[in-house]
Design a protein around this ligand. Structure first.
Ligand SMILES: Cc1cc2nc3c(=O)[nH]c(=O)nc-3n(C[C@H](O)[C@H](O)[C@H](O)COP(=O)(O)OP(=O)(O)OC[C@H]3O[C@@H](n4cnc5c(N)ncnc54)[C@H](O)[C@@H]3O)c2cc1C
Length: 324
């Protein structure tokens, strides 16, 4: 039986939440179309993580165990995925829209003669067509795209679907793979994370994001305190990154990271479309802004109108009390 194959990205020894979201949707689409569901895992931990893929419904888990894949360099990942696509012969390959996937999918499509529908917010499969909706123009518009090609690759934006388990009795399939390291034009020397980055922004369940309204060290300390209490990752608007108060790696938006946490605090952020393009998929948005007409309130679940230097100390104290 043909299948939908899901590429599971791995980070810190776990399958990324965004991959599990994509897998959950792929499972529903596959079952509606009478197809099987398979997963592909790369790297030395692939075998260990196969059980997790099965707990989300994968009936076959293709594993490629070569250590070179632990570097996450594009060239070996591309070759490994090509080997798996040839062996599994899926109807579709679905992946979370990560930075690496964005780089790889086009090249993989050329090698495998596939169509690509990248960075979509939703996808469906009918008898002969894969159709998608893709946010464009800083997510102001949704473009409907489709392909009738016999093999289609889709990358799915984080937060588009909710990850839900549905265990399957799966089997592990080891795929033979050789890669000549001498052909590599890049080497990975070191993985550097920003000092103080305790939670990965793009995978975080809670994000506290600061805008220009968080204007100084005192404001930053209040934001950090809220993040520490809620176990959140810290994000920022471009305006406040440009002041130097937060690092560029914290920027969320059209030219920054895309996040989709369960809870997003927007502190002193106006809600420009270039910012909301990166966070509008958050499930609950709490906006703190002294301007009641700030556009962020149009998409906020809860709005607190007032000075963040007054509200944050009260909120932090209340949250600490509630958690004790
Ligand atoms: C091509 C392009 C790409 C861009 N990409 C991005 C991107 O990826 N990410 C991004 O964020 N931006 C991006 N921008 C910039 C974007 O257009 C906005 O300028 C930016 O998002 C504004 O950031 P901000 O909301 O922090 O600042 P502002 O728009 O200045 O808003 C500050 C807000 O804080 C409130 N405030 C002030 N003081 C307080 C206080 N004491 N308490 C509570 N509230 C207070 C104000 O009422 C205001 O609403 C991009 C722009 C361009 C042109």
């Amino acid at each position: 039986m043909s299948s939908i194959l899901v590429f599971c990205s791995v980070q810190d020894g776990r399958i990324k939440r965004s991959s599990l979201e994509a897998m959950t949707r792929a499972r529903d689409v596959a079952s509606g179309a009478g197809l099987g569901l398979s997963a592909v895992l790369l790297g030395s931990s692939a075998h260990d993580l196969a059980g997790e893929a099965m707990s989300y419904g994968a009936q076959h888990v293709y594993v490629v165990m070569d250590r070179v894949l632990d570097t996450h360099l594009n060239a070996p990942v591309l070759s490994a995925l090509e080997s798996v696509v040839r062996e599994a012969a899926p109807r579709m390959l679905v992946a979370a829209s990560t930075e690496s996937v964005k780089d790889i999918l086009g090249a993989l499509a050329v090698r495998c003669d596939a169509a690509v529908l990248p960075d979509v917010a939703s996808f469906a499969l009918s008898a002969d067509e894969v159709s998608c909706q893709r946010p464009v123009m800083a997510a102001k518009k949704l473009a409907n795209t489709s392909s009738t090609h016999s093999l289609v690759f889709v990358s799915v934006r984080s937060g588009s679907y909710e990850a839900k388990q549905a265990p399957a009795d799966g089997t592990v399939v080891e795929v033979a793979f050789t890669f000549d390291d001498a052909t590599l034009r890049q080497t990975l020397k070191e993985v550097v994370t920003t000092a103080g980055d305790t939670v990965d922004l793009s995978e975080a369940q809670v994000v506290v994001a600061a805008g220009r309204g968080v204007r100084d060290e005192n404001g930053r300390a209040l934001v950090q305190e809220l993040a520490e209490i809620t176990g959140a990752a810290i994000g920022a608007s471009r305006a406040v990154v440009e002041t130097g108060l937060f690092p560029a790696t914290a920027q969320i938006g059209q030219t920054g990271k895309v996040v989709s946490p369960d809870l997003y605090f927007a502190v002193g952020i106006s809600g420009a479309v270039q910012h909301t393009a990166g966070m509008a998929n958050s499930r609950i948005i709490v906006a703190i802004n002294k301007d009641p007409d700030a556009p962020i309130f149009d998409i906020a679940t809860y709005g607190l109108v007032g000075d963040c230097f007054t509200i944050l100390p009260l909120l932090n104290a209340a949250l600490r009390d509630a958690m004790n």
